[in-house]
Design a protein around this ligand. Structure first.
Ligand code: 5GP
Ligand code: ZN
Length: 107
């Protein structure tokens, strides 16, 4: 079972900030910004390429709930797709980054 499946199944501890029937959101273990939350589907899907539109829609609904719960309205939403993009965990996840001026997207 992949590490994010383990987190979704609560076999591995994480700081969960949101949960619904389809998704779970938790703090990134190595935060890149004051706010760094990962939103994942409970179902194992490798990345956006493998996800249905319906699942992506559920995740986007969850993202909106998460930022509301976090009390932020300005943030960056990233989903790395494939090794060369920087994806290291091959269970679909969206990074919510905020809490500071994030600057430009890429070097
Ligand atoms: P990626 O590089 O695949 O887009 O992002 C994977 C993210 O997962 C990284 O930001 C990394 O810090 C985070 N991460 C990896 N393992 C764990 C873990 O066991 N717990 C938590 N909370 N985050 C993790
Ligand atoms: Zn998984």
């Amino acid at each position: 079972m992949c590490i994010f499946c383990e987190i979704a199944n609560k076999n591995i501890d994480s700081k969960i900030v949101y949960e619904d029937d389809f998704c779970i959101a938790f703090n990134d273990v190595a935060p890149a910004a004051p706010t760094h939350v990962l939103v994942i589907p409970k179902q194992h899907v490798a990345n956006v390429n493998e996800a249905s539109s319906e699942l992506l829609s559920r995740i986007m609904q969850a993202v909106k709930e998460v930022v509301k719960a976090l009390g932020i309205s300005e943030y960056r939403l990233i989903s790395n797709c494939g090794e060369s993009s920087g994806q290291t965990v091959f269970h679909l996840h969206f990074h919510i980054l905020g809490g500071k001026n994030l600057g430009k997207l890429c070097d």
